[in-house]
Design a protein around this ligand. Structure first.
Ligand code: SF4
Length: 178
């Protein structure tokens, strides 16, 4: 059995990944660390939906801090840029750096992220952020996967319907609200 810390952004992006991990001899723990999400009500809504699903599967969820002000200061000057820009690169770095740190604290040897299950995001940016975060810690590696492949995109859609997940209509930060 392989322990893994799975950084999770929301239930729709996490369900198929979680199912795959459980079916492939992994023991996942979820890490909900998303200080990018605005407003706080939306942050709580996504967290509660994820927690509700994890409880059903008997998977532990670790609740990360929510410091949106700090997140805003890190992306200062990049507010006007579109999605997939350097602002998103920074956003991934913030979240995956914290995930790598938590992985090391828990003495787990690997982490992954559900961010790479969204077709709206740039996989290379996520891969880069994950790998750079991992090298900061001894004995921690990034389980770098494209979660859109091998039928997982279709499975994601099926699980969304089956579980009637709350499905957000924007990425997360205030600059992604159209
Ligand atoms: S659009 Fe999404 S990935 Fe990009 S900065 Fe905003 S929340 Fe982060």
């Amino acid at each position: 059995m392989n322990k893994i810390l799975l950084h999770s952004c929301c239930a729709p992006c996490s369900a198929a990944v979680l199912e795959w991990l459980l079916n492939n001899n992994f023991v996942p723990t979820l890490f909900y660390y998303n200080p990018n999400i605005f407003p706080k009500e939306e942050y709580e809504k996504r967290k509660n939906e994820l927690t509700r699903h994890a409880l059903r599967l008997d998977v532990e969820v670790i609740d990360g801090d929510y410091n949106h002000e700090e997140w805003l200061s890190t992306v200062k000057g990049l507010e006007h840029l579109p999605e997939r820009s350097i602002r998103c690169e920074k956003c991934f770095e913030i979240r995956l750096n914290k995930t790598a740190e938590k992985t090391a604290q828990l003495h787990i040897s690997q982490f992954a992220t559900t961010l790479s299950s969204s077709r709206w995001k740039d996989l290379a940016q996520i891969s880069d952020a994950g790998n750079k975060a991992a090298v900061k810690y001894d004995n921690v590696s990034f389980f770098d996967r494209n979660w859109r492949k091998d039928g997982l995109q279709q499975r994601r859609n099926e699980l969304m319907k089956e579980n009637n997940f709350y499905n957000q209509i924007y990425c997360g930060c205030e600059f992604s609200v159209r």
